[in-house]
Unconditional design. Structure first.
Length: 257
C-alpha cells in the first residue's frame, strides 16, 4: 500500500494530472517520468508510442509502482490497450472529456483541442459515437502548443496568437464548451480564458482522472494509510530540470488538503 503511484507523459504535460492526484491523495507517494527526449508524441506512429510506453512502464515497475497513470492522451490512445493486456498493475488513462461537455452544452456546439494522435485514435472516435451524435464537434489540432508548454511559454505572445487562431473559429461557430484533449493544455487555461471570456466553459479532465485513481486504489485495497509524509520523485529521458521546475511551481501554487 505504501508503494508509489507512477505517472508518465511525453513531457511536463502530465504534471497537470499529477497536480490533481496529489491534491486528492496527499498521502500517496508518486514517481513521475517525462519522456521529453522524445516529445511531442502527437505526430508519432502508434508503434513508436507503444515502444516508448513499454520502456517507461518497465522503468516504473522497477520502482514497484502499484498503479500507473498514462498521463498523456496520445499515449493512452496508442498504448493503453497493450499495457493493460501485458502488465498486471492497474492503469488509468486519459480520454477527451466530450461526454460532460455535450451534456452541459446549451448551443449544441463543442470544441475539441487535441493532438493529431488523439484525434485519430480509436478511443476518441468511440467517445464521439457514444456521446456526441446529436451535437456539432469542432476539432482543432493544437500544433505547437506542446512545445510551448515544454519551454514554459504558456503565456507568451506566440502562445496567445496560436490560441486565438485555434479558438476564435470555435467561438464564431457558437461553441460554448472547449474540451482539452492533451495534458499539456491545462497550463494554457489562463490564456484561453482571456480569449473566450464567459462565452466558453473549459473542460479539464484531470480532476475526474484523479477521482478514478482514488477509486481504483480503494477497489484494489492499495490506498496508503501509513501516515508517512508523501515522497515525490521525478525522472526524465531528457531535460529533468524543466520537469522539476514545473513540479516545484505546482507545489508552491497548490493547496493540498
Amino acid at each position: 500500500m505504501d508503494a508509489p503511484i507512477g505517472f508518465f507523459d511525453s513531457g511536463v504535460g502530465g504534471l497537470s494530472v499529477w497536480r490533481e492526484g496529489i491534491k486528492l491523495l496527499p498521502g500517496e507517494h508518486t514517481i513521475y517520468y517525462a519522456d521529453n527526449a522524445h516529445c511531442p508524441y502527437g505526430a508519432k506512429e502508434p508503434d513508436e508510442i507503444i515502444a516508448r510506453s513499454i520502456h517507461i512502464v518497465d522503468f516504473l515497475l522497477t520502482h514497484a509502482c502499484k498503479l500507473i497513470v498514462v498521463a498523456c492522451n496520445t499515449a493512452t490512445a496508442a498504448a493503453i490497450d497493450y499495457l493493460r493486456t501485458h502488465y498486471p498493475v492497474p492503469f488509468v488513462g486519459m480520454g477527451p472529456a466530450v461526454k460532460p461537455a455535450v451534456q452541459h452544452s446549451l448551443s449544441g456546439v463543442v470544441g475539441v483541442l487535441a493532438t493529431q494522435g488523439t484525434l485519430k485514435g480509436r478511443l476518441y472516435h468511440e467517445i464521439l459515437s457514444q456521446f456526441a451524435t446529436d451535437v456539432q464537434i469542432i476539432e482543432q489540432p493544437g500544433d505547437g502548443l506542446v512545445e510551448l508548454a515544454e519551454a514554459g511559454q504558456t503565456n507568451s505572445d506566440e502562445a496567445r496568437a496560436l490560441l486565438q487562431q485555434y479558438i476564435q473559429p470555435m467561438l464564431d461557430a457558437g461553441a460554448d464548451h472547449l474540451v482539452l484533449g492533451c495534458t499539456h493544455y491545462p497550463f494554457f487555461i489562463p490564456a484561453i480564458a482571456r480569449i473566450a471570456g464567459q462565452r466558453m466553459t473549459i473542460i479539464d479532465p484531470a480532476p475526474a482522472v484523479a477521482q478514478r485513481i482514488k477509486s481504483l486504489l480503494i477497489q484494489h485495497n492499495l490506498l496508503n494509510t501509513s501516515g508517512d509524509t508523501a515522497r515525490h520523485a521525478f525522472f526524465s529521458s531528457g531535460n529533468l530540470h524543466a520537469v522539476r521546475e514545473m513540479a516545484a511551481r505546482i507545489m508552491r501554487q497548490t493547496t493540498i488538503n
